[in-house]
Design a protein around this ligand. Structure first.
Ligand code: SAH
Ligand code: SF4
Ligand code: F3S
Length: 449
């Protein structure tokens, strides 16, 4: 028997709240487009929506817990206002814990996994009829074919080119929540990129859990990797910048290194997570690189594109990590000098091999290691920004700043740059970088003419 609740009115407004990685944000945008196509309008800022989609992330503990507190808050606010919103839980927690959510949170009408959200309109019909619906199937490509065309967007856009992961790092839930690696077809991606540019995008970030594992066939039937796709996208008039994230060291090839040296539209920025600087830990994580092979790879990128900004991800306190092993992570940070990086405390994820490994590390030890690592990463980020002072570059304006006449955009190296000029959103403004802080720079617009 299907779980039921009372029939409800068809929602008139929606809000999608995304909590995860960029691909999760991309999924959120596509769900919003689907709902808009059903005639449901985005809820105005500050107003309660009739339908709330919680687009969740499962990567670390807090991310997953947040969904239950959010549901609680929505129910409370709804009761106070005399009209409870319809709640859909989407994203990676929906995939991993769909049944548990349905059992634990009666206020939830729909649970929809990241590979099934193209079926949201049909589920919505069932929810309106009073049925509680779960869909966490994983039909890989069907989703993209079933989604509506892209609508008007800002100057920067995401484009999912690859999904899923076959790497099975021992700490990570992604292979379970996103399924096996699949690549979207070349021609679909070129077509979607073209649509995005027509809709106003100047910069496209290609997304994938292992984006550099993308492979496909071009229109002449030739085998292509990510570098080939990037070269094809670079031919689109009106597209100024291409970025991609996240890459895995094992899938990097010579063609990607060459592309960084040759394709002007490919921005000088590489996000290449290492996770740890210690080879025993890397092996226990099931990462296929060593500290040295990783450093050699980065060296080759720097040879091809000397100004490339490097970024990475780190986990401290993986089970069994000793103080000396952690110091190897500090060492690799000293060796690389990252422009920017993300660092996390290890979080045991249900069902992953590392969660049941011996030697789980005490929280205080993790806290202390994370602090030391972040101090080193912050030092390097500031140093990178300071070393940019005096350079001229182009800034793609993304939004207004806090003050009148102030604009905020990104440098080619993905730094946030504040400029004061007669700019508008979507403009590409040549600037001299004048002042550097840890998280942003000030740019002086160059006289154009
Ligand atoms: N596919 C990408 C992104 C994975 S998730 C990649 O392989 O790099 C983003 C980051 O979250 C990872 O790089 C890792 O640093 C972190 N992460 C993943 N699982 C984690 C866990 N169980 N605990 C702490 N951090 C984790
Ligand atoms: Fe997770 Fe590893 Fe896959 Fe990245 S490569 S998504 S960290 S399993
Ligand atoms: Fe989170 Fe899923 Fe992305 S677990 S990081 S939303 S792939």
């Amino acid at each position: 028997m299907k779980p039921t609740s009372a029939p409800r009115n068809t929602p008139r407004t929606y809000r999608v709240k995304s909590f995860g990685c960029q691909m999760n944000v991309y999924d959120g945008e596509r769900m919003a487009e689907l709902l808009a196509e059903q005639g449901i309008a985005p809820a105005p800022e500050g107003e309660e929506a009739d339908l709330v989609v919680l687009n969740t992330c499962h990567i670390r503990e807090k991310a997953a817990e947040k969904v239950y507190s959010d549901i609680g808050r929505l129910v409370k606010a709804g009761k106070a206002a005399g009209r409870e919103p319809m709640i859909a839980v989407a994203g990676c927690v929906a995939q991993a814990e769909g049944e548990e959510i349905m059992a634990r949170a009666p206020a939830v009408s729909m649970v929809v996994g990241p590979q099934a959200y193209h079926r949201l309109p049909e589920m919505l019909g069932r929810a309106v009829a009073g049925e509680r619906a779960t869909d966490t199937e994983m039909p890989p490509i069907a989703k993209f074919d079933a989604l509506p065309a892209r609508r008007k967007i800002g100057p920067t856009a995401f484009l999912t080119v690859q999904e899923g992961c076959d790497k099975f790092c021992t700490y990570c839930v992604v292979p379970y929540t996103r399924g096996a690696e699949i690549s979207r077809p070349f021609k679909d991606l070129v077509a979607e990129a073209q649509k995005l540019v027509e809709a106003g995008a100047k910069e496209i970030t290609l997304l994938g859990q292992n984006v550099n594992a993308w492979s496909g066939e071009d229109d002449k039937g030739g085998a292509q990797g990510l570098a080939g796709l990037i070269r094809a996208l670079a031919a689109i008039d009106g597209l100024a910048r291409i970025r991609y994230t996240t890459s895995h060291p094992a899938d990097m090839d010579d063609a990607m290194i060459a592309a960084h040296g040759e394709v002007d539209k490919l921005m000088p920025y590489l996000h290449l997570p290492v996770q740890s600087g210690n080879d025993r830990v890397l092996k226990a994580m099931n990462r296929s690189h060593t500290a040295e092979s990783y450093l050699r790879l980065l060296e080759r990128f720097r040879e091809a594109r000397p100004d490339i900004a490097l970024s990475g991800d780190f986990i401290v306190g993986f089970p069994g990590e000793t103080e000396a092993e952690f110091e190897d992570t500090l060492q690799i940070v000293d060796d690389v000098r990252y422009a920017q990086a993300f660092s996390f405390k290890y979080s045991p994820r249900p069902g992953t091999p590392a969660a049941s490994m011996d030697g789980q590390i005490a929280r205080e030890v993790m806290d202390e290691r994370l602090q030391r690592l972040q101090a080193a990463l912050n030092r390097d980020q500031l140093a990178f920004n300071e070393a940019s002072v005096g350079k001229t570059c182009e800034v793609l304006v993304e939004r207004r700043g806090k003050h009148e006449g102030q604009w905020l955009g990104k440098s080619p190296w993905l730094q946030s740059v504040f400029i004061e000029s007669q700019a508008g959103i979507g403009d590409i403004v040549p600037v001299t970088l004048a002042e550097a802080g840890p998280n942003s720079l000030k740019g002086i617009a160059l006289a154009q003419g």
